[in-house]
Design a protein around this ligand. Structure first.
Ligand code: IVH
Length: 666
């Protein structure tokens, strides 16, 4: 194949694949089978590999992401990304309508749309190609997440049809459909990772991941709901959206025009009923004035447009019977009561359990077994009981007697003065506490040991192979490979991952120990102030309380932890296996940058932004977040924010490169 032939074929394949991608992900109407699609893709990637000079960052082959960890560059939005005013009642909407009609006396149209519950995105297109995707950020500056956005298959990389403006911007919502969300969460739980609370958190969390090949594995989708730019084909929002649909964008099919606020009420009433049947979450309806000239006349308040508003649905509730209460034991021994319910449909999923928090909450609600209870889904994974329908209480409804013995090991529970929770004090003999502590120990933010899910830990525990976190370091490959459903390869990987965990820094080891009230941040603070386990162990209560952010409750918990012989033995064993029990050496401060202030912007070749910040501090300099008259240097990488550059020029501040900076400290 000649170079010219390859070029023609590559272009042909790209056009074909863009088209099939659009048919599959936007129109849900594929023309070819997955197999045929894969064949075309394979042909394209193999030609692209053979002829790298034809590389194109918008090729359909580039949707898989890459595993380069890059820090996001902050960029300024062309126009600020504003939010919408919220309303909760038809009365509020009538007021909104009245305000508009004061200004506009001629007939006009409203456009109603669903309010997608995800995370906002701005997409810039030039000459029909996606050039940049930016998160909302603070509304003025957002993160450049182009590489992540490209992995979302319903976002067109290359537009189809014609007639699109040379340069324009689409705004929309990136979200995760419910089915994909649940599947992903189930998988996370199986792998011992923390599940996301809801699809909205999952989509914003995913979009901010620094490894786009991971993003590519998550089921994200995107509806576009706004357009801006010069030379738009129409002067109305609705008609432009319909045009954008023809260029390949995923535009909601649930968008409608009305000429009165009554029509808007109908739309809202319809979708409040039907929303549970949608495959994704919405939290309301957005109402916009259709005509751009009228939008302009109405203008903006400081925070939001006067020509649009959102109507928020009330949190959905369901009424069902409380059948019984179970009690769960956490890794610290805390007891959580959980309501078992008659299964009921709520916001698209079947709910069988609800959280009751603690004994106080049960008393406050005065909930009884057999009561009809209202359940509501908040931002949490587990729905909660928010009230009781007393009119349906039966005479035989029993008051709830909070248990006094641990449901797992039958030890008598304790409840300390002033604490809301009951605890099982049998730390070393209570199975859910033992397993919970090990699960916490290996979790990603702690020792980051891969391959050991909840099930494997249970299996290891039942086979008496592990009884505390230190036992992990005595496991052999043979022991692991001997377990049900465990292959040689997985066993070897787990052993390697356990070995690797010996390099995890001290502050994470400290967090991994699972000392009550010592979360990730407190662990960091403690490690900074007491840079070795010996120093922390020797700390008096007074010394602990003196540390910023450490109150009496934390200090007492840390102090008592190290007085317990069981913990002392655990730590000395972990130490003997080679875990890091002290902070890594920090180089002496040079003082070369004493009295100088820096602002960092853009992305850099040799160091991450955090590394540069650390270097500045180590050398006696100060990091500032915004350019002001107090700034001495703007340390600029690639793609620095235009706002920062302008300000630096205005204040006459030196703009230096990474190389210049390195010279300054050497
Ligand atoms: S229009 C000037 N339309 O709701 C504001 N926003 O507060 C233009 N959202 O986070 C926004 N669905 O991302 C608009 N159909 C829709 C929307 C929508 C969801 C989000 C948006 C923003 C928030 C508005």
């Amino acid at each position: 194949m000649t170079e010219q032939e390859a070029k023609t074929r590559i272009e042909r394949l790209r056009t074909e694949l863009h088209k099939h991608n659009h048919r599959y992900y936007v129109l849900s109407d594929p023309e070819i089978s997955d197999f045929e699609y894969d064949l075309l893709m394979q042909e394209l990637t193999s030609l692209e590999n053979k002829f790298p000079k034809f590389y194109d960052s918008n090729s359909p082959s580039q949707r898989v992401g890459n595993d380069i960890n890059k820090e996001f560059v902050q960029v300024q939005h062309n126009t600020p990304m504003l939010s919408l005013g919220n309303t909760y009642s038809f009365d509020d909407l009538r007021d909104f309508d009245k305000r508009i009609r004061k200004e506009i006396t001629n007939p006009f149209e409203y456009v109603c749309e669903l309010k997608f519950d995800g995370t906002a995105i701005s997409l810039q297109y030039k000459k029909g190609k996606l050039v940049r995707g930016i998160t909302r950020g603070d509304g003025t500056y957002g993160d450049d997440v182009t590489s992540n956005v490209k992995t979302i298959k319903s976002i067109p990389l290359t537009l189809i049809g014609g007639n699109y403006p040379e340069e324009f911007e689409m705004r929309g919502e990136i979200f995760m459909p419910r089915a994909g969300f649940e599947e992903m969460n189930n998988r996370r739980v199986k792998n011992g990772e923390a599940p996301f609370a809801n699809p909205r958190n999952a989509s914003s969390g995913t979009l901010k991941m620094q490894n786009s090949s991971e993003v590519a594995k998550r089921p994200l989708d995107c509806y576009l709901y706004a357009i801006s730019g010069n030379d738009l084909p129409y002067n109305t929002h609705y008609e432009n959206m319909m045009a954008a649909k023809k260029w390949g964008f995923k535009i909601s099919e649930y968008i409608e025009k009305y000429d009165s606020i009554e029509g808007v009420f109908e739309y809202i009433t319809k979708w409040d009923k039907k929303r549970k049947n949608l495959p994704f979450d919405i939290d309301g309806v957005v109402i916009k004035v259709n005509d751009f000239r009228l939008q302009e006349r109405l203008g903006f308040t400081a925070k939001s447009p006067r020509w649009a508003i959102s109507y928020k649905f009330k949190a959905e509730q369901a009424l069902t019977r409380l059948v019984s209460i179970s009690y769960q034991v956490g890794r610290t021994g805390s007891i959580t009561p959980v309501a078992n319910l008659e299964p009921v449909l709520l916001a698209g999923t079947t709910v069988k359990r609800a959280s009751l928090h603690n004994a106080d909450q049960i008393e406050l609600l005065d909930v009884r077994i057999g009561d009809m209870v209202y359940v509501e889904k908040g931002g949490e994974i587990i729905p909660k009981i928010v009230g009781i329908d007393l009119s349906q209480r039966r005479a035989e409804a029993r008051k709830v007697e909070f248990i006094d013995k641990c449901p797992a090991c039958h030890t008598k529970l304790v409840r300390k003065e002033g604490e809301a929770n009951h605890y099982c004090p049998n730390e070393t003999g209570c199975p859910p506490q033992i397993k919970g502590k090990i699960e916490h120990f290996i979790s990603r933010k702690a020792m980051n040991i891969d391959g050991l899910g909840e099930e494997t830990i249970d299996l290891l525990f039942r086979n008496h192979l592990i009884e505390d976190p230190a036992d992990l370091y005595e496991l052999t490959r043979e022991q692991l490979a001997g377990l049900e459903r465990m292959g040689e390869k997985s066993a070897a990987n787990i052993i390697q991952s356990i070995e690797d965990s010996k390099k995890v820094p001290f502050q994470k080891v400290l967090f991994a120990l699972g000392i009550r009230y010592v979360g990730e941040t407190v662990a960091k603070t403690l490690a900074k102030n007491f840079p070795s386990v010996e120093k922390l162990e020797a700390a008096t209560l007074e010394e602990l309380v003196e540390v910023d952010e450490v109150g009496e409750r934390i200090a007492e918990s840390v102090y008592q932890y190290f007085r317990n012989p069981v913990h002392q033995r655990l730590i000395s064993r972990l130490k003997s296996y080679g875990l890091k029990m002290e902070m890594d050496e920090i180089p002496e401060a040079s003082g070369k940058l004493n009295g100088l202030s820096f602002v960092i912007s853009g992305s850099f070749k040799m160091h991450s932004r955090d590394e540069l910040k650390a270097l500045i501090e180590q050398n006696g300099g100060k990091n500032l977040s915004a350019v002001s008259s107090k700034t001495n240097y703007l340390l600029a990488g690639e793609n620095i924010g235009p706002g920062k550059q302008k300000k630096a020029e205005k204040w006459g501040i030196s703009i230096i490169s990474e190389e210049d900076f390195i010279k300054m400290i050497h």
